[in-house]
Design a protein around this ligand. Structure first.
Ligand code: NAP
Length: 306
């Protein structure tokens, strides 16, 4: 793949920022990469493992002369970051992000970005429960969807270039409005994380069941929830604070459906339970058929990391 950009600036060098760096390097998508991270430890590590050619203590310095700027920190930081970089951005630069919510990013970052740049928010639907500069890998985005939410009047050439970038990273690209993105992700990602955090917390509070029993017998289903509930607390706090309406809407529907299940169990309605579980099984099979997961029995665990 030929070079798409001269200089990419990655603002945030955790799981997503470092994975982007790896894939940009592997596919030769940019001549050089500059980076910004909040802590000295991350900046030092990013240089050590070659994530960036140069690293800066200020985001404004990192974006100088960058023709692609990608915000890769938690969503709650985007307003302040956009304010910092606004005056330093190169004319004609594409500014995008990877945040897990979109309407709040448009609201918080948009007003600080000059009209001379192309602001096109985005969200790669790819991740793990790991975080930090060592957690990234080049294949993270392969065969995953990346949703772009261009704004009314977005420049078509800039959009085409950003689509080409994500395709070169191995992703399939879908375009939608920020509001629709937030609704879809509320049910497919945000609510499942909330449920996982809640079930792990409920188990931790049980007095009749000991902690060691929870760990010992976790293979009964609990283990998969603990993997999701190990996700980065800052990132997920920001997701719920910034996608409040859509999450509350989906949570309302979920609670109603949960009450129906509760009722079926209470009244011994086996047919209702069986039909619902059969439908769920079919959805799982469709996800595997669409290549978005594997049917391997040890999915998601793999060999222990050193
Ligand atoms: P991460 O591994 O925790 O890395 C976050 C990065 O942002 C770190 O470099 C961190 O710097 C920096 N940062 C944190 N707080 C900051 C602040 N207040 N000001 C400036 N920089 C700050 O997170 P991640 O998983 O890569 O997530 C980054 C973004 O990707 C989030 O917006 C998230 O919604 C989105 N996303 C995540 C996933 C996922 O599964 N993880 C998937 C898709 C999209 P230090 O290291 O110096 O603290």
């Amino acid at each position: 793949m030929s070079k798409l950009f001269e200089r990419v600036a990655l603002l945030g060098l955790g799981l997503i920022g470092s994975s982007l760096s790896h894939v940009i390097r592997q596919k030769g998508l940019a001549a050089n990469i500059t980076g910004y991270a909040r802590s000295e430890a991350t900046r030092k590590r990013a240089l050590e493992i070659g994530l960036v050619d140069r690293v800066f203590t200020s985001a404004a310095e990192a974006v100088t002369e960058a023709d692609l700027v990608i915000l890769c920190s938690p969503v709650g930081t985007y307003g302040a970051l956009a304010q910092d970089i606004g005056p330093a951005l190169m004319e004609g630069a594409i500014v995008t992000d990877v945040g897990s919510v979109k309407a709040a990013v448009v609201r918080d970052a948009g007003p600080h970005l000059p009209a001379s740049v192309h602001f096109i928010p985005g969200h790669p639907i790819a991740g793990t429960e790991q975080s930090g500069p060592d957690s990234g890998f080049a294949e993270l985005f392969a065969n995953r969807w990346c949703i772009l939410t261009p704004l009314p009047g977005s420049n078509p050439e800039a959009l085409a270039k950003l689509i080409a970038f994500w395709k070169a990273c191995g992703s399939n690209v879908e375009i939608m409005t920020p509001e629709h993105h937030d609704l879809v992700l509320a049910i497919t990602s945000h609510l499942p994380h909330l449920i996982a955090y809640n079930i792990v917390s409920t188990a931790a509070d049980l007095e009749e069941v000991t902690d060691s029993e929870v760990i010992k017998f976790s293979a009964g289903g609990f283990r998969d929830f603990t993997r999701i509930a190990a996700s980065d607390p800052t990132m997920w706090r920001d997701v719920f604070l910034n996608n409040k309406d859509a999450v509350l809407e989906m949570l309302g529907r979920f609670s109603e459906d949960l009450s129906a299940l509760q009722r079926a169990i209470r009244w011994g309605d086996g047919e209702m339970l069986f039909n619902l579980f059969t439908r769920s099984r079919q959805i799982r099979r469709s996800i595997i058929a669409a290549g978005q997961d594997t049917a391997a029995p040890d999915f998601g665990r793999g060999p222990p990391k050193g």
